[in-house]
Ligand binder design. Structure first.
Ligand code: HEM
Length: 392
């Protein structure tokens, strides 16, 4: 069955860029209008990240109601749907990440995750269930839901057009630059959270799902680019946890908490965060180690008794020596031994653990790694004390 197109979204997402391009080609850009466009871009962007995302979708902090109202207005100007619609889908995205029930599953491709998902009506079977009872009880969320089209058009196009017209006598600039062009940039920068942030960067905390941490995505998305962290610790008000990482949304929430405007800022403990990070580092190290040659594993080595070792040694004149009950064939290494041929020659056919470990010279880790490539057998019985090397 083919999916039905969502014409409301298609018209919205195609008409804004067309109008933006038309405006850029026909209306001269004034300095003040440009500055307002940038300010409006950040205002409406933070409405999404500080408001829709970190406040309503994840409840990562509390805020006094006038600030909630302000965030609701700012987020409405981003034209990304109502808080309830946005947060419902976002909670489904977290609960069902990368599956068919994830509204913007990155497994369906970069373009799908970026905006493809909005161009089609959602199939009923893919409506992943999530709890939005808190949103249903939220006065500001319900108020916005009721008047969303009006609030959205007013905050996105009408208000900036009026401001530019009244203060800079530039109605056209207000509409085309602060309204349309800013809208297109904002849409695509925030859409990158669903697309790029699942494709570009590192899995610093878990690699079982697609979200990744990346500073470039963070720059584009008001700090939301540390997405692997966010999916692991979604109730944390931060996305970036290191001082020099770019997360202006976190900075705003934190700064406002100093004035009591936001409060109860949620943070996962450093202990839990470090656990995840170390587990990923361990995994990466194990993978890198598996690509190196560590010689025949001890458990796969041929087994022989001390008597067999001595016999083979005598009869076949092998250049073998024993260290810690492991037999090493040093024939090919003889000319390359940094300690000289003499020491190795005098050790042939002998048990030389003590000499190797300091009796003659306490070898480095490099030497111990190197010897794994020379081992050929293991002595399975006890070596008579008389044959064991002593301090020299
Ligand atoms: C499979 C066996 C052996 C391997 C792979 C090996 C490897 C090495 C390596 C890589 C070094 C350079 C320094 C270091 O990395 O520590 C070294 C130095 C040396 N080795 Fe060995 N070695 C082996 C056995 C022995 C034995 C049995 C003796 C003594 C009886 C010995 C005596 C020395 C001495 C005296 C030095 C020189 C230390 C110096 O002057 O800097 N090695 N060996």
């Amino acid at each position: 069955m083919t999916q039905k197109l969502n014409w409301t979204h298609i018209i919205l997402l195609t008409s804004t860029p067309i109008l933006a391009i038309y405006g850029c080609l026909t209306v001269p850009l004034q300095r003040n209008t440009f500055l307002l466009a940038v300010a409006w871009y950040f205002l409406t962007g933070f409405g999404i990240t500080v408001g829709y995302h970190r406040y309503w979708s994840h409840r990562t902090y509390d805020a006094i109601w006038p600030f909630q109202f302000f965030l609701m207005l700012a987020g409405s100007g981003a034209v990304q749907g109502s808080i309830k619609w946005w947060s419902r889908d976002h909670r489904a995205h977290h609960r069902f990440t990368d599956t068919d029930k994830d509204p913007y599953s990155a497994h369906k491709g970069l373009l799908w995750a970026h905006m493809g998902w909005m161009l089609f009506m959602k199939e009923k079977k893919n409506h992943g269930k999530v709890d939005i009872s808190d949103l249903n009880k939220d006065f500001i969320v319900n108020f916005q839901e009721k008047f969303y089209p009006l609030l959205s058009v007013f905050m996105s196009f009408i208000l900036p057009t009026l401001i530019c017209g009244y203060f800079f006598n530039d109605y056209a600039g207000g509409f085309f630059y602060v309204g349309m062009t800013r809208q297109v940039f904002l849409h695509h920068s925030t859409f990158c959270i669903n697309s790029l942030a699942h494709y570009m960067g590192e899995h610093n905390f878990d690699d079982r799902r697609s979200p990744r941490d990346n500073w470039i995505t963070a720059l584009i998305t008001f700090g939301e680019g540390y997405h692997n962290f966010h999916h692991e610790f979604p109730s944390d008000y931060r996305n970036a946890i290191q001082t020099l990482q770019y997360d202006p949304s976190k900075w705003i929430i934190y700064t406002l908490s100093l004035f009591g405007i936001t409060y109860n800022l949620n943070q996962f403990s450093k202990n839990e965060i470090d656990k995840g990070r170390l587990q990923m580092q361990e995994k990466k190290i194990t993978e890198a180690k598996s690509k190196l040659d560590w010689g025949v594993p001890i458990e796969n080595l041929m087994k022989m008794t001390w008597i067999e070792f001595v016999k083979i040694q005598r009869e076949e004149k092998k250049q073998w020596m024993v260290i810690d009950k492991v037999v090493y064939d040093v024939e090919k290494f003889m000319d390359h031994h940094p300690g000289g041929k003499g020491f190795l020659k005098s050790s042939i056919g002998r048990e030389v653990t003590t000499s190797f470990n300091g009796g003659v010279y306490n070898h480095s880790r490099a030497a111990r790694n190197l010897m794994t490539g020379l081992r050929i057998a293991i002595i399975q019985d006890d070596i008579p004390a008389a044959h064991i090397s002593k301090e020299e």
